[in-house]
Design a protein around this ligand. Structure first.
Ligand code: AMP
Length: 321
């Protein structure tokens, strides 16, 4: 049986379905998660379907996960984890207390968990995979307009508005089908593109202060003090500034080090060519070839990451020209 059909058959067996996503969610994981909840609620009105995850008001325009989900709802439930490569990154540790687990993801399958795994690491986004799952089973499923809006939001989020290399002919085909549903594409585009005045000023700081090495490696450290000086708090996501160095012609790969509550630094790595996920793995992280993350525990580790990035870009320069 094809994997798409096998997942549907598994869903049919359970009365309760809990859908989990990763910590620090982004539009793709929220889009795939809430769209799956909409599809399942519309298609199986007698089942109990929950989307689980911490509330982030900045994403209320997409919709909200179900808060206060009781622990006993997990007894005998099917758990579906979307867009999450590694078990420690799953938001809400109760995911492991259900009866069975399905993993649906587009990250490299470094941590192969789940009774059923559907991992397409070449796909642009989990939202694209989710639409393909619906399409393969559409005789038995309903896709509400709002689910189409959510999937479109997820796809443009993870492809950088169709710019990143994982964008494929299928990505455009899926987006084209989604646009036949009733929602405002321009509202979604605007919601994902807008930044606050404070974030605009932080963006200017990023451009002003980015260190660009002769190799094309670039880096910037964002301490709490710097972030707060723009009127932003540590709670505000700095995601909007992460892609900015890529707009600079001389930048090939870059790292933004963002201070965390525990004084370590979250490393956000991006690249236009050389694969940076092995570097991320060396520092306790991982991710895609061109977008990865890890943690630096102190300044010495930050210096080490910058050194490794510099070497990586310098050594792959010839290969990419
Ligand atoms: P981010 O910079 O947080 O948007 O992360 C980019 C990508 O790197 C994500 O899609 C994640 O798959 C991956 N990633 C980020 N942080 C980690 C981590 N600590 N461990 C493993 N993968 C990570």
């Amino acid at each position: 049986m094809a994997i798409e059909a096998a997942i549907l058959e598994e869903i049919k067996k359970y009365q309760t379905i809990m859908i989990h996503r990763h910590q620090r969610p982004d539009p793709d994981c929220i889009g795939a998660q809430l769209a799956l909840r909409d599809i399942l609620r519309a298609s199986f009105p007698d089942k109990k379907i929950f989307a689980v995850g911490k509330h982030y008001p900045g994403f209320d325009w997409m919709g909200q996960a179900d808060q206060d989900v009781p622990d006993d709802a997990y007894h005998g439930a099917l758990v579906i984890v979307v867009d999450t490569a590694n078990q420690p990154r799953i938001d809400d540790e109760r995911w492991s207390t259900g009866a069975a687990v399905i993993k649906i993801d587009h990250h490299p399958n470094d941590d192969a968990f789940g009774d059923i795994q559907w991992v397409l690491d070449q796909a642009s986004s989990t939202s694209e995979i989710m639409y393909d799952w619906y399409a393969a089973n559409q005789a038995e499923l309903t896709l509400p307009d709002d689910a189409a809006r959510l999937l479109y939001a997820g796809i443009i989020g993870d492809t950088g508005r169709f710019m990143y290399p994982a964008t494929s002919a299928n990505t455009f085909a899926v987006a084209s089908k989604l646009l036949t549903y009733n929602f405002s594409m321009t509202d979604v585009n605007q919601a994902e593109d807008e930044i606050s005045p404070a974030m605009a000023r932080l963006s200017a700081y990023v451009y002003q202060n980015l260190e660009i090495l002769p190799s094309g490696a670039a880096y910037l450290k964002l301490t709490d003090e710097i972030v707060e000086s723009f009127g932003l708090s540590a709670k505000d996501s700095t995601s909007a500034v992460v892609p900015l160095p890529g707009k600079i012609t001389t930048v090939v790969a870059w790292a933004i080090f963002v201070e965390s509550k525990d004084k370590t630094f979250r490393i956000r790595l991006r690249s236009k060519g050389p694969s940076i996920n092995e570097l991320a793995k060396n520092h306790g992280g991982g991710g895609h070839a061109l977008a990865s993350g890890a943690t630096a525990h102190d300044q010495a580790e930050i210096d080490q990451v910058v050194h490794e990035l510099d070497e990586l870009v310098a050594n792959t320069k010839g290969e990419n020209e």
